[in-house]
Write a new protein. Structure first.
Length: 364
């Protein structure tokens, strides 16, 4: 399509806004600030060591443990600063929560406060930075309560503990061979590719649809001994392929960068699983509900896919803390529903399972 016929992200937002004649424009301004943050992070990621070396002249970045107990990389710190700085000044946000900050981020007093809450993981999959594999940013927009908006008071943790069904918008940026912004404002899912010449996100994927059926799954199989029985059964049946109960062969992928996996699934279907397991009793799952599971769940559901804990739809879960972890399964609707069904059925691990029996993939 010639450039002259392409839509920018700005045009997409303006046309979406026409559905709400009373809208103030704050929401669009917020999304454009988020998009600007993503462009800045895309540049920082693209410069890799060159960029980090330059920033470190001004002092050390990273090396600290974040609230998750994970070592922050310089790009984690830079990305978090970019997100907070670009979204704190415009008067659209009442407060923010980030994977990289223990508590709620208050809008500094010199800036006006707004009616939205922004929740984000500024750099997801950051263990992939050193190996030059795709990473991304994930964000979720919630409404601040009337009381917050009217009083302009500091926001608290409780203000953010809203189920995923309350999200006004969610999306992610993927820093891969091309930079993409994938966004849902509650009317399907649109994908924008960053035009490096113009520095603009251009609408390239007007309506993502996740195919209902799939033959590809993604899971960190090194955790297989900790999985719950329904997940063992599902993976086992996928591995059994044509000769097993599913009657078809499956392919497997694991990028260890959820944004990249979500994008693959949005594009061609599949299922992603990071279920709750017995590996560490203090962690009921690996992924974080507010800024990983909920926004990706919203995107999947808006694209006709499904997202679940295995037991319940992810978007219905009432959060109990900012950095709460949760088991997550998402992707092609029929596959996710199959896993949910296995959670409701009594499971027996087949003795001739290729995964768990004597002659299996993971046993000698
Ligand atoms: O922080 C989340 C994350 O990096 C996801 O992007 C990814 O899916 C997962 O962790 C990778 O986990 P693991 O290290 O177990 O493969």
């Amino acid at each position: 399509m010639p450039l002259s016929q392409r839509f920018t992200l700005t045009r997409y937002l303006i046309e979406q806004r026409r559905r709400f004649p009373d809208a103030s424009g704050d929401f669009n301004a917020l999304i454009l600030d988020v998009a600007l943050a993503c462009k800045a992070i895309a540049r920082a990621v693209a410069f890799g060591e060159l960029g980090i070396a330059a920033s470190q002249q001004g002092g050390d970045l990273g090396g600290n443990l974040n609230v998750q107990g994970e070592t922050q990389k310089p790009l984690d710190v830079i990305s978090n600063q970019v997100f907070t700085r670009m979204n704190e000044w415009g008067g659209h946000c009442a407060g923010m929560v980030s994977e990289e900050m223990d508590g709620v981020y208050q809008i500094p007093s010199q800036h006006p406060r707004g009616k939205y809450l922004l929740v984000f993981d500024p750099l997801d999959g950051s263990s992939n930075i050193d190996v030059n594999v795709s990473v991304g940013s994930i964000f979720s927009v919630l409404r601040a309560s009337q009381d917050v908006v009217e009083s302009g008071r500091d926001v608290t943790e409780a203000d953010f503990l809203q189920p995923g069904t309350q999200q006004v918008a969610a999306g992610y940026a993927l820093y891969g061979p091309t930079t993409m912004l994938v966004l849902s404002v509650g009317d399907g899912v649109a994908g924008f590719t960053l035009d490096p010449n113009l520095g603009e996100f251009m609408l390239t994927h007007p309506r993502f649809r996740v195919p209902a059926d799939a033959q590809e799954f993604a899971i960190n199989a090194s955790n297989s001994r900790f999985w719950e029985a329904p997940i063992k059964r599902y993976v086992d049946e996928c591995l059994a392929g044509k000769t097993g109960p599913r009657g078809k062969d499956f392919n497997m992928r694991w990028i260890a960068s959820m944004v990249a996996e979500a994008h693959r699934i949005l594009t061609r279907g599949g299922v992603f699983m990071y279920p709750s397991d017995t590996k560490d009793a203090s962690k009921p799952g690996r992924l974080r509900l507010l800024y990983e599971a909920n926004p990706i769940g919203f995107i999947m559901e808006q694209a006709g896919g499904r997202a679940s804990t295995g037991r319940h739809p992810i978007l219905g879960v009432h959060p109990t803390s900012l950095h709460q972890r949760i088991g997550l399964v998402f992707g092609s609707k029929n596959e996710v529903e199959c896993i949910e069904r296995y959670y409701t059925e009594p499971t027996k691990i087949e003795l001739n399972s290729p995964l768990f029996a004597e002659r299996s993939l993971f046993h000698d």
